[in-house]
Design a protein around this ligand. Structure first.
Ligand SMILES: [Zn+2]
Ligand SMILES: [Zn+2]
Length: 139
């Protein structure tokens, strides 16, 4: 099963790692990623926080990436086993205790459809943000 980054517009996945590993390292003279080559992989693929072990973490990831389910109104696309998030979206290029959630290179308007959380707060916040940015622009 080939894994692929869940972020809309990102094409990182297992096949790119495979491609990278098929290239000979010019420094270590072996295939990249084979010992003794310790050149860093172009990215790491992180599985979603488990729905049972860390439902809040999973929700934060889904909310940050904001990928709508094309078949359901106001619902995030449920990540499957082969949907992962690549390290490209984490501050510092990797998942850490300080930066456990994807924050970078996320397309803001990836969804045409607004996704609302249960309380309906999100859309109000968005409207507020938009109003504030307009105000700053006109200043
Ligand atoms: Zn190397
Ligand atoms: Zn990605």
């Amino acid at each position: 099963m080939s894994r692929h980054c869940y972020v809309v517009g990102c094409s990182n996945g297992d096949y790119r790692i495979k491609l990278w590993k098929s290239v000979k390292c010019t420094t270590h003279l072996v295939y990249q990623g084979d010992l003794p080559c310790d050149c860093p992989q172009p990215f790491i693929l992180y599985p979603f926080p488990g729905a049972v072990r860390d439902p809040e973490g999973q929700y934060r990831w889904k909310k940050a990436i904001n990928r709508a389910d094309p078949n359901k109104l106001y619902t995030f696309l449920e990540p499957t086993q082969n949907m992962v998030v690549c390290s490209h979206h984490f501050v510092g290029g990797k998942k850490t205790i300080d930066n456990p959630d994807p924050e970078l290179h996320l397309i803001e308007k990836a969804n045409k459809r607004p996704v609302q959380d249960k309380s309906g707060h999100e859309r109000k916040e968005d409207a507020l943000l938009e109003r504030n940015s307009i105000r700053t622009m006109h200043r």
